[in-house]
Design a protein around this ligand. Structure first.
Ligand code: GNR
Ligand code: NI
Length: 170
């Protein structure tokens, strides 16, 4: 297994729309185990392949306290969105920034498992928020896209400054 580099906003590669996985093979399994290791290393509750510069529709999530319940979603697709809920969100691709986003409260979605089984789930709460956040990544969308342009612009300036500092130190 290996830890992958997580891209940070405003990296344009975060805007690329991911393509469906055609066949679940050893390459895909390796990607999912590297993604899980990267997510645990970064203390995230979810990670989309787009964030590690892989343009495939793959998501990993683990909401458990002990980090022992990995969920691997291949080609996840939302089929129903219902209600509204707001939650304070963060993102591994937008370091040290948290803000409130409104999303659907209940969703129905389906995905393929690594064993090539199709699963359909109806979910709510944090898992529903997380699945919407991750599928947005696969479509090149970030949670800060829901904020005002002014907030996003300020954040962009701040992160560009930090990135320059990082490059100097390294
Ligand atoms: O670790 C994460 N926490 C989180 C909190 C509220 C809503 C969404 C998330 S997902 C985020 C990890 C991440 O960036 N996934 O793409
Ligand atoms: Ni994210």
């Amino acid at each position: 297994m290996s830890i992958l580099e997580v891209l940070h906003f405003p990296d344009e590669r975060l805007r690329i729309k991911a393509l469906p996985v055609e066949k679940i093979n050893a390459d895909i399994k390796k990607i999912t185990s590297d993604m899980l290791e990267t997510m645990y290393d970064e203390n995230g509750i979810g990670l989309a392949a787009t964030q590690v510069n892989i343009q495939k529709r793959i998501v990993v999530i683990d909401l458990s306290e002990e980090k022992t319940e990995p969920l691997i979603l291949i080609n996840p697709e939302i089929t129903k969105l219902e209600g509204k809920e707001t939650m304070r969100e963060g993102c591994l691709s937008v370091p040290d920034y948290y803000d409130t986003v409104e999303r659907a409260e209940n969703i129905v979605f389906n995905y393929k498992t690594l064993e090539d089984e199709l699963v359909t789930l109806e979910i709510d709460g944090l898992l529903a928020v997380c699945v919407q956040h991750e599928i947005d990544h696969l479509d090149g969308k970030l949670f800060i896209d829901y904020l005002s342009p002014l907030k996003r612009q300020r954040l962009k300036k701040k992160l560009e400054k930090l990135e320059k500092l990082d490059n100097k130190i390294l």
